[in-house]
Design a protein around this ligand. Sequence first.
Ligand code: ATP
Ligand code: MG
Length: 227
Amino acid sequence: MTENFELKVSNLSFRYSNTSRNAFSNINFSILKGQIICIEGVSGSGKTTLAEVLMGMHTDYLKGYLEGSIFFNNNDLTDKPIKERALKMGLLFQDAYSYCFTDNVLDEIVFNAVWQGIDRQIIEEKYKKVAELFNFMELEKKNPLELSHGSRKILLLSSLLVSDPSIYILDEVFSSLDEKNIKAVTRIVLEKASEGHSFILLEHPGNNYLSYKERINIEHQGEGQHE
Ligand SMILES: Nc1ncnc2c1ncn2[C@@H]1O[C@H](COP(=O)(O)OP(=O)(O)OP(=O)(O)O)[C@@H](O)[C@H]1O
Ligand SMILES: [Mg+2]
């Protein structure tokens, strides 16, 4: 497994260039190998923006201004592009509809890992495990566009599990999942954490699917909050 690591986020603030207020302000946390933390905030508090900035999407996709720093093992990742973070961090997008790249479930699950150059045999072993865990066997040839939102989310999570980064960033992973999949996701998160992977879960307040060691509150930056 991976050696020890630490991700350290200091005084991180981001403002989209077309707005006058920050999407999020002054976020501080660090996460070590095997830890699970939850970043909680109401709708519009900046969870998705934070998740995307941690992945490096501000370097060529999000238009805006970033302050503060993101360090991985004392290496400054703050302005490093997405590809330099790919094996360290992986993001499960909140919007499971926007991010499917292929026309069948099997290819979609292995797409990221193949693209990252991960060994074929390792990909096959990991694929088999997630396909069994989430019962994807009979869906292998289906077009991802035909799946429900919850199944698409599981599909994208499976793809992430096959590329298997050190740190998983999961943006509202439990929303639109049925009870069976909620249980399967909590099980796999705990199992992977015990193997040394870390998890940053971004959630609305009050989510108690996992007992988090650390909860970080992300304050809404607007006038009042909307749920
Ligand atoms: N592309 C964008 N351009 C400008 N402002 C944006 C953009 N995306 C999001 N915002 C704004 O940034 C703030 C944070 O939004 P974000 O989607 O990160 O919040 P969130 O906590 O993920 O919300 P939710 O719980 O609804 O998913 C909001 O005020 C939102 O309107
Ligand atoms: Mg969001």
